[in-house]
Design a protein around this ligand. Structure first.
Ligand SMILES: [Zn+2]
Length: 466
């Protein structure tokens, strides 16, 4: 027995060494650590998809091929075609699509709103990604808004494409809070669409916790990767922009942010949300409004604002940053399967050893394709289990059970019965590891395995004591 006590002592020492380090490992996972699921969303943002959107938005659909002869001017018929394009993509992304029409100067204009409703408590908190989709080219001499093109690839096909691609990527996931994707009309005439929307939202009591407005995110001719975040002096807006800046480093995105507070510009749709007391900021390329590294897009508001001038890697990084920020703000819901292994600390040779495997889904979403494996230590022979689950001996000593689907909060436990080989030497440490896995993406995986150590002791005369 002394020998066994010694083993238990060393086990206790081992555990005391392991536990604090495991605890420290968890506490180190602060806000700056990338979340695996958000990382996956960031990587899902597609540069070709963004390019395709900009090419379609600047196109005149009445002419053959993808040209840059289109117009999305507020008083041109092209605006309605663009609204249709945006609404269709929101619908394909699985969003609830609403048209938000308003009338200015006798003309009906339409904001296009796509909503990804939050799940569970906190679903009334709203985060918005927006961009205006109208365009103008009045810096081109003699430009006629009724007939001439206004391709608006950078201003603001780029931001609109980002909203569409973010909707596609984020629409494949579930979040605690509500995400809203909005393409605004009538921006170039004085923020008409966003002013209308933000007023209505305030009137309806919408609990908007943050608005990211992207307007011109495709021009970087000097390649310095500088972007501007126009935040203003509202602390909540600044906190929101700080989440964006943090996301850049957390997800290693190649952008260099400059934050503007007292010198922030209000010349885009974020200002409409500021006016209603909602936190918001503008993300924009290096315009050099009040800065020293001039890189203003010379094609701004001209017929030359076309796709070929844009830096698509820059657009992609900008979109990824918006996706990461929104995903973290809205809190992705995931599945999270867990397992715990129970059993005795000591066992005699030649006897029965039973393990209890307790499994559960402690996440918020259904886990599919759930599988449990138990890698039984050498010297033990599997006899039976009472799981009722399909079971196979997957490899020598490795037993595998198919759980299938597991709903949030669901779980069960079962007993695996084994026999302890008579030829095992006393003092042998039987290390058993049970694991659980799922085909669904998990929020955490540190609870997916459980290990138990059992010491074998000599059973020749001890049973006589019983
Ligand atoms: Zn613009």
């Amino acid at each position: 027995m002394a020998r066994n006590r010694k083993r238990i002592f060393w086990l206790a020492v081992l555990l005391s060494l392991l536990l604090p380090s495991a605890w420290l490992g968890i506490s180190r996972a602060d806000e700056a650590s990338p979340s695996p699921i958000v990382q996956q969303m960031v990587e899902a943002v597609s540069e070709p998809a963004l390019a395709d959107h900009i090419l379609h938005l600047q196109d005149d659909p009445h002419q053959p091929g993808l040209d840059a002869e289109g117009s999305r001017h507020s008083f041109s018929p092209g605006l309605a075609l663009a609204a249709e394009y945006i609404g269709q993509h929101f619908a394909t992304a699985g969003l609830t699509v609403e048209l938000d029409p308003f009338v200015r100067q006798g003309t009906v204009m339409t904001n296009v709103v796509g909503t990804l409703a939050g799940v569970g408590p906190g679903d009334d908190l709203i985060y918005i990604l927006c961009a205006h989709y109208d365009s103008i080219a009045n810096r081109t001499p003699g430009w006629d808004p009724a007939t001439d093109p206004a391709p608006g690839a950078d201003d603001n096909g780029s931001g609109t494409a980002a909203v569409l691609e973010a909707a596609r990527v984020l629409g494949q996931h579930h979040f605690a809070h509500t995400l809203r994707f909005i393409a605004f009309a009538g921006e170039e005439q004085g923020l008409w669409g966003s002013a209308h929307y933000a007023q209505e939202a305030r009137r309806a009591g919408d609990d908007i916790r943050g608005v990211i407005n992207l307007d011109m995110i495709g021009w970087d001719s000097d390649g310095d990767r500088v972007i501007e975040l126009h935040v203003g002096t509202d602390p909540a807006s600044e906190a929101l922009a700080n989440r964006f800046t943090t996301a850049l480093s957390t997800y290693e995105l190649d952008l260099v942010p400059q934050t503007f507070t007292t010198d922030a510009i209000g010349l885009s749709d974020h200002a409409s949300f500021w006016a209603q007391g909602y936190p918001a900021f503008l993300g924009i390329e290096d315009t050099e409004f009040g800065g020293p590294t001039a890189d203003f897009n010379p094609y701004y508001h001209t017929v030359g604002d076309t796709f070929d001038k844009l830096d698509m890697a820059f657009v992609t990084a900008f979109t990824r940053a918006a996706v990461a920020t929104l995903a973290e703000l809205a809190e992705p819901l995931t599945t999270d399967v867990a397992i715990a292994l129970g059993g005795p600390a000591m066992v005699r040779v030649g006897t029965i050893l039973t393990y209890t495997l307790t499994y559960s889904n402690v996440g918020a979403l259904i886990a599919s394709g759930v599988v449990i494996t138990d890698d039984l230590p050498l010297g033990l022979s599997y006899q039976a289990d009472d799981s009722g689950l399909p079971h196979v001996e997957w490899a020598p000593q490795v037993h595998r059970w198919e759980v299938g689907e597991l709903s949030p909060g669901d779980g069960d436990s079962f007993v695996v019965t084994t026999t302890v080989g008579v030829d095992l030497a006393p003092g042998t440490l039987l290390t058993n590891t049970a694991e659980i896995g799922t085909a669904s993406l998990e929020g955490r995986v540190d609870n997916n395995s459980s290990t138990l150590m059992t010491v074998v002791f000599w059973g020749l005369y001890l049973p006589l004591i019983n």
